[in-house]
Design a protein around this ligand. Structure first.
Ligand code: S3P
Length: 167
C-alpha cells in the first residue's frame, strides 16, 4: 500500500508527506524532486526550455513506474492529477490524500515561500492565476479518498488528521 498526496502548489504536500512517511515507517518520494534529479535540472528550467507538455510526459512516465512500488508516501506536483490516468494507475495500490486551501491562503504561502520558484505562478497577477487554476483543477483534487482542508493548520495538525483518517 502507498499513500499518494495531491493538491495545489503550496498546500504542504512535500513537508506533510515526509512527516507522514516517518510516522508510518514508509519510504518517501517526491515526483518533482525525482524529475529534477533525473533531468539534472530544476523544474523551472524544464518548463522554460522544454515547455509544460514535456514536463507532463515525465510525470506520466513516473506514474507508471511508481505503480509498481509499495510502502511509500508519494508527494506529487500540483498538476500531477490533471491527467486522470496518473491517479488511476496508482489507485489500485494507493490511498489518495488531497490537501486543499482557498486561493488567498495559497497566495500568502507562495509569497512567503521565496525559495521555491513556481513557473506557473510567475505572472503579473499570481492571485488571479491561482484562482483560475484552482477552479480548473477542483475536480481533479476532489477524487481523493481523503480530503483535508489545510487552512490555518500547522503541518503537525495536518499530519495527525491524515494519520487518524488512514487508521
Ligand atoms: C505544478 C506544481 C509544481 C510543479 C510544477 C507544476 C502545477 O509542484 O510540479 O511547477 O502544475 O501545479 P508543487 O505543487 O510541488 O509546487
Amino acid at each position: 500500500m502507498n499513500v499518494v498526496i495531491i493538491g495545489f502548489m503550496g498546500t504542504g504536500k512535500s513537508t506533510v508527506g515526509r512527516l507522514l512517511s516517518q510516522k508510518l515507517d514508509y519510504g518517501f518520494l517526491d515526483t518533482d524532486q525525482m524529475i529534477a534529479e533525473r533531468e539534472n535540472r530544476s523544474i523551472v528550467e524544464i518548463f522554460a526550455t522544454e515547455g509544460e507538455a514535456y514536463f507532463r510526459s515525465l510525470e506520466r512516465k513516473l506514474a507508471s513506474e511508481l505503480a509498481k512500488k509499495d510502502n511509500l508516501v508519494i508527494a506529487t506536483g500540483g498538476g500531477f492529477p490533471l491527467n486522470r490516468a496518473n491517479l488511476d494507475i496508482l489507485r489500485a495500490k494507493s490511498i489518495i490524500v488531497a490537501l486543499t486551501a482557498p486561493a488567498e491562503i495559497i497566495y500568502q504561502r507562495n509569497i512567503k515561500d521565496h525559495e521555491t520558484r513556481r513557473p506557473l505562478l510567475e505572472t503579473e497577477n499570481p492571485l488571479e492565476r491561482i484562482s483560475t487554476l484552482l477552479a480548473e483543477r477542483e475536480k481533479c483534487y476532489a477524487i481523493a479518498d481523503i480530503i483535508i482542508d489545510t487552512s490555518h493548520k500547522a503541518e503537525v495538525e495536518i499530519l495527525n488528521e491524515i494519520y487518524k483518517k488512514l487508521k
